[in-house]
Unconditional design. Structure first.
Ligand code: MN
Ligand code: MN
Ligand code: ZN
Ligand code: ZN
Lengths: 132, 132
DNA sequence: AATCATTTTGATAACGATTATCATTATTTT
DNA sequence: AAAATAATGATAATCGTTATCAAAATGATT
């Protein structure tokens, strides 16, 4: 479960633990640079990929193709607006208790899950009704 | 719920109904061309966006940024491998019965939800253990 | 310590799905 | 018919991500 980690992986992991929120690769790049621990962008993507394959971090990819990274232990249930793209973090998880994906779990090694509700946020409901 | 639809929207909708599986925008482009109903790629993206905002179709975006489209009524619960990216469609839904996102539903208009389990498929479990 | 092999890194180019632009064509309204 | 509006398609631009490749760092071997 815990493979040997490179310096860059450890730096990223430490920052993710400290921030305790999901963050994009590009944001990671500027944030690390701001803390005078700058890493190349390619290195960041490489480290994220390695941590992802270990199951240490999880990824959520928005419909615009941008991905956000966070510790795998964090919650991942959102309410996402199809219009403005903003996501609202949900507190409770309807499935964590139940034996999720019971049969498939035997052979498929599950690291985490994401439950995403898609629709329109209040302001976008207005905006769309007005402009159409 | 059902806004006036352009010809291109109707063509895409008809094809989605017929195929009854999720399909990418690029695939749609070649498939429509194959059926001598060719549409411009920009038009396809425009139509997909409009149908999405109506709640008629749903989108699932892979971690590589590519999006797949299908009718909103179809199931959307997957087992996705972090290594090869392949997704396995799950049959049962652990949450459809329960009043999902109960409180938020009042103001946030939910069209559909996606429940995605991420991990490693059997073959990728082997592959990674061998090469490391 | 010096040499060699392996790993890690970073600058940059390449990639590819999506989006913006804009002129043309179709449709509707007056 | 004329004007206004909407829809379309070819193409350029965007942008997050991935591939490339040479340099630097690390570890092993003599
Ligand atoms: Mn959960
Ligand atoms: Mn369901
Ligand atoms: Zn919104
Ligand atoms: Zn796999």
């Amino acid at each position: 479960m815990s493979a040997p980690k490179t310096d860059s992986q450890q730096q990223i992991l430490a920052l993710l633990k400290q921030l305790n929120r999901e963050i994009s690769a590009q944001e990671l790049y500027v944030e690390l640079r701001r803390r005078s621990q700058s890493l190349g962008l390619a290195t960041i993507y490489r480290a994220l990929k390695a941590l992802k394959l270990e199951g240490t971090i999880q990824t959520r990819t928005l419909s615009n193709g941008e991905s956000f990274y966070s510790l795998a232990e964090a919650e991942q249930h959102y309410l996402t607006c199809l219009n403005c793209g903003k996501s609202i973090l949900l507190e409770n998880c309807p499935i964590c208790q139940e034996s999720a994906a019971s049969r498939e779990q035997e052979h498929f090694k599950i690291y985490y899950h994401i439950l995403d509700f898609f629709g329109l946020c209040p302001s976008c409901q207005h905006q769309i009704h007005v402009e159409s």
